[in-house]
Design a protein around this ligand. Structure first.
Ligand code: GMT
Length: 379
């Protein structure tokens, strides 16, 4: 198949999933065209059967807000025609599903067609999509997609609750990991060398947006560190990083916290971690938690949204209420101070991630969704 993929190229789960899906599809012989404003962060510079089409938003002095969604629609329309794409797979509804709808309408005017599949990832439904400025167009664009997928059962139910269930049925296709990449045994422990072999390493990876509650990460760590000297490694960047840094200074733990910024290759770092902290306000799935589990790192997080579908509470991690810092700190200490329990959880985390979320099985689900979505002659 010739497939177009549009996603946010920036640091974040939806871009990571879209890119890794595209790479896996190309490995299976499909031709994959990424259409977005920048090369996606997890896309290496060259891979066979993968093409990147940059969306150029023309600047004009009149535009305080250049219309990216229109430029994207035009680029989608052009790439569909020039590379004979059969489907456009949009990751994150806003504005990608809307641009795809425009591109498809333009094609239909000329007697051509393309199938539009939208994968809902999280805040496109739970926050941004429900903002009154976006709600009607989000609902419209979802309903006009040929097929819709959601990355968790929670997100499917939330979509129906917030937007109604009038559009196409929603298939739940969970996110995935490559078991060869997220493998603890594979990497030398560079991080342990840097931060000290003896202290447990707690880790957090995110885009540091408010929804991630990164100050809670530091607060949980400070409580753990008081009883069990440890280190906290913060990976990623975003609007709340200064607040997290300030929190670390205020709580007197700044010397034990390293902010490493945005990094592409997370697996070697996860391989050195003892616990992963994800105390999010809302999390439709929690790809970073899955990557941690697959690396044998138990997860301490919140029972918000789709996280309970990923983390088996009490078995591969512990989930507490949003903002329950004492609860998350106590659970962290309990696991870190009992190495036998840690070891059992670590093994189970890695096995469970492999059993339920392996790349091959999940990519096959997308492939079969594509096949059943397309008219018989093109499959
Ligand atoms: O919805 C977002 O805020 C963006 C998105 C991203 O690009 O990181 O995150 C969502 O999609 C991820 C991949 O499917 C999920 O793992 C995250 O849980 C989800 N984020 C939220 O729901 C806050």
């Amino acid at each position: 198949m010739n497939i177009g993929i549009t996603c946010y190229p920036t640091y974040g789960g939806s871009g990571a999933v879209a890119t890794e899906l595209g790479i896996a599809l190309a490995e299976r012989g499909h031709e994959v065209h990424f259409i977005t404003y920048r090369q996606p962060f997890r896309l290496p510079s060259f891979l066979p059967r993968i093409f990147f089409h940059e969306v150029d938003v023309g600047r004009y002095p009149l535009f305080e807000f250049p219309p990216y969604d229109l430029a994207l629609a035009v680029r989608m329309h052009e790439v569909v025609r020039s590379h004979h794409l059969e489907l456009l797979h949009c990751h994150y509804a806003i504005p990608h599903a809307t641009s795809a709808w425009i591109a498809r309408e333009m094609l239909r005017e000329a007697g051509e067609d393309v199938h539009v599949i939208t994968t809902l990832h999280g805040t496109d439904i739970t926050i941004v999509g429900q903002d009154p400025s976006f709600y009607p167009i989000t609902k419209f664009s979802i309903e006009k997609s040929d097929r819709i997928t959601a990355v968790s059962q929670y997100l499917k139910e939330e979509t129906c609750r917030a937007f109604g269930c009038d559009g196409p049925a929603i298939d739940v296709i969970h996110n995935f990991i490559d078991p060869d990449v997220y493998n603890r045994e594979k990497y030398p422990s560079l991080l342990k060398k840097q931060v000290g072999q003896s202290k447990p390493i707690l880790m957090h990876v995110s885009n540091f947006r408010t929804v991630k509650r990164v100050r809670d990460v530091v607060r949980i760590f400070a409580e753990v560190n008081r009883e069990l000297p440890s280190v906290l490694v913060m990976i990623g960047d975003g609007p709340d990083r200064p607040a997290a840094e300030e929190e670390a200074r205020m709580l007197g733990v700044a010397d034990s916290v390293s902010f490493l910024g945005k990094l592409d290759q997370i697996a070697p770092l996860l391989a050195a971690a003892d616990l992963f902290l994800l105390p999010s306000q809302s999390e439709s799935f929690g790809l970073s938690a899955l990557e941690a589990l697959a690396s044998g790192v138990p997860v301490i997080g919140t029972d918000a949204g789709g996280l309970p579908e990923v983390v088996r509470d009490g078995e591969t991690g512990v989930l507490c209420g949003v903002g329950d810092i004492p609860g998350m700190a106590a659970a962290s200490l309990e696991i870190l101070q009992d190495r036998k329990r840690w070891s059992e959880m670590s093994k189970l985390a890695s096995a469970d991630a492999r059993e339920r979320f392996s790349r091959d099985a999940i990519v096959s689900k997308y492939e079969s969704l594509y096949r059943t979505s397309l008219p018989a002659k093109t499959t």
